[in-house]
Design a protein around this ligand. Structure first.
Ligand code: GDP
Ligand code: MG
Length: 598
């Protein structure tokens, strides 16, 4: 078996620089997908991805390319997400490739995730093909961007291909560059099977389907295989490739990427990053796999209907097959009942998971305010990890608290450095250094608490820099901080699910903002509802929702029955989205009000 005609590559870039558009273009140019079936963002298969125009999951597709040298090449193309929450997903994809196409927007130049993705590709020893995209736009300045790629990323850019994902210009040159610049895979077809599981998903009928990259050996239907980490054996129910529709093949051979139908119904059996080998003929050592994704943000997820608790657990199990970065533990709330404390890679990841649970598993959920992972050092000498405000010990038992810090880097045009610094200061950030990359761009570094970044930092950054700044960050360690728990009382009762851990200096302003915000969100009830913010026994802010007699039918005079019914249904619908906390009906969004307080 000859691997010299295989090219495995990922497309990486900062968000919105055009990865998905270029992938679409490649699919149509190679006639993998006929023009009439062409929809945009073809590889973004989830509804959420299409609606939001972002890639969340990597997707591997096989493309046959008839090159100028007269030969036909097998391309395995992996589209990847660009948002910082999903960096982990990118590093997973890169482990299955020999090359990476690094896309840079000709109007924006190098941005924060361009830098981090380029570093990931270089550390993985991949052959890098730089592509400068959007050259159809009048504001494109490809020569400057070429210089940025060389100066800022230390990647030779003489070979950089100028393309337009929109018009298709240059895409042919890009495909030729991939043939020439990306190395073919190596490996031994006669050696025992060694394959990396790079992704997997659960299918009601076929069980777990695993996407794999084969490093040695081959897989055919009926083979008996062994998962090295999970220590699980199974019979292969079928193999195939995505084009992008699933297409069965006879065999997946060394160097190739494709899917394996495992038939396994236990979602735990198939782990992303695990190595597949023969059940009887095993490879001596597993592949390195992936480093574990570390959750950054935790929230409580509670079913609106308590009967859905087991369904939620089941749904989390199934989603985990596809998204191994998810972690959770049971959590009980006096206000919301039984649920889970779930760890996420970031806020976007949280939103996406919540939405997938609601759509794909038909669950009604309440998410509570996000928290980071605090280290609480107690007076008795113990240290405990606190991921939920409810778990914070009484102040008398706390010696000190440490919170996670990030090293953040922001790239923006020089005129916005003042605005960015101001924003960082407001969020307890400390500027460490500032480098002029080129005339048009400055890179600033900050140490900043993660808790500050997960609130509204990103939106603020975008608005204060007119969208010109980009942000990247990594975990840098723990630091001591003066933190307190802010409680919210509704009609005199503390609502545990609304509590929040906050820096003491910010507690007053935040309490004020939350009380005002909740007053707008909580509808008028039959009685007056005081809202109070408190630290311990001390009330530090308050507002009131005035009473109102609610009688929807009073508005309808006489006989229009269908209109009355509609109104009643509407009211019922509204109720479904509410949660009764004590005697107060609270809408879902109240629990995330903290994210919207300025
Ligand atoms: P991704 O986040 O890297 O996957 O970026 P997308 O492929 O979703 O593209 C982001 C936006 O840029 C979309 O609105 C695209 O239509 C647009 N876009 C992508 N490539 C080009 C291009 O070559 N020219 C122009 N004018 N727009 C483009
Ligand atoms: Mg995309």
């Amino acid at each position: 078996f000859d691997t010299s005609h295989i090219r495995n590559f990922s497309i990486v870039a900062h968000i919105d620089h055009g990865k998905s558009t270029i992938s679409d273009r490649i699919l149509s140019l190679t006639r993998t997908v006929e023009e009439r079936d062409m929809a945009s963002q073809l590889l973004d298969t989830m509804d959420i991805e299409r609606e939001r125009g972002i890639t969340i999951k990597s997707n591997a597709v096989r493309v046959m390319y008839d090159a100028d040298d007269g030969e036909t090449y097998q391309f395995n193309l992996i589209d990847t997400p660009g948002h910082v929450d999903f960096t982990y997903e990118v590093s997973r994809s890169l482990a299955a490739c020999e090359g990476a196409v690094l896309v840079v927007d000709a109007t924006q130049g190098v941005e924060a995730q361009t830098v981090s993705n380029a570093n990931l590709a270089m550390n993985a020893n991949l052959d890098i093909v730089p592509a400068i995209n959007k050259i159809d736009l009048p504001s494109a300045h490809p020569d400057e961007v070429r210089a940025e790629i060389e100066d800022e990323l230390a990647i030779p850019a003489d070979d950089a291909v100028c393309v337009s994902g929109k018009t298709g210009e240059g895409i042919h040159d890009l495909l030729e560059a991939i043939v020439v610049l990306v190395s073919p895979p190596t490996g031994d077809i006669n050696a025992p099977l060694k394959a990396l599981i790079l992704d997997s998903y659960f299918d009601e009928y076929r069980g777990v389907v695993a996407m794999v990259r084969i490093f040695d050996g081959s897989i055919t239907k009926g083979d008996e295989l062994h998962m090295m980490q999970a220590n699980y054996d199974f019979l292969v129910d079928g193999v195939g490739v995505k084009r992008p529709a699933e297409t069965p093949v006879d065999e997946l051979s060394v160097g190739e990427v494709g899917f394996v139908v495992t038939g396994l119904k236990d979602p735990e059996a198939v782990r992303v990053g695990d190595t597949l080998t023969g059940a009887s003929r095993r490879c001596p050592a597993p592949l390195p796999g992936y480093r574990e994704a570390k959750p950054m943000v935790y929230t409580g997820l509670f079913p609106i209907d308590n009967k859905d608790y087991e369904n939620l657990r089941d749904a989390l199990d199934k989603l985990h097959v596809n998204d191994p970065s998810l972690v959770w533990t049971p959590e009980t709330s006096a206000a919301l009942g039984f649920g889970f404390r779930v760890g996420f890679l970031g806020l976007l990841h949280m939103e996406v998971v919540k939405e997938r649970l609601e759509r794909e598993f038909d669950l009604g959920l309440i998410a509570t305010s996000p928290s980071v992972d605090y280290h609480v050092f107690k007076t008795d000498g113990d240290m405990i990890a606190v991921r939920s405000p409810q778990d914070l010990p009484e102040p008398v038992n706390i010696e000190h608290i440490e919170e996670p810090f990030l090293r953040a880097s922001i790239i923006c045009p020089p005129e916005f450095t003042g605005a960015v610094m101001q924003l960082a200061i407001e969020h307890r950030g400390i500027t460490t250094d500032m480098v002029h990359l080129t005339e048009r761009s400055v890179e600033m570094h900050f140490d900043i608490p993660l808790a500050e970044l997960i609130l509204d930092f990103f939106d603020q950054l975008k608005s204060r820099t007119k969208g010109y700044a980009s942000l990247d960050y990594e975990f840098s360690g723990y630091r001591e901080a003066d933190l307190v728990r802010l409680d919210i009382l509704l009609a005199g009762d503390e609502v545990d699910a609304l509590s929040f851990i906050v820096h003491r200096d910010k507690a007053y302003a935040l309490a004020r903002g939350l009380c005002d915000r909740l007053k707008e969100i909580i509808p008028r009830q039959l009685f007056e509802v005081p809202i109070q913010g408190a630290i311990g026994n001390k009330i530090i802010a308050r507002s009131t929702v005035k009473a109102r007699r609610k009688d929807v039918l009073a508005k309808c005079y006489g006989g229009d029955i269908s209109r009355k019914r509609k109104l009643l249904e509407k009211q019922k619908e509204g109720k479904r989205r509410m949660k009764a906390i004590g005697s107060v009906e609270v809408p879902q969004e109240a629990f995330l009000a903290i994210l919207k307080v300025d």
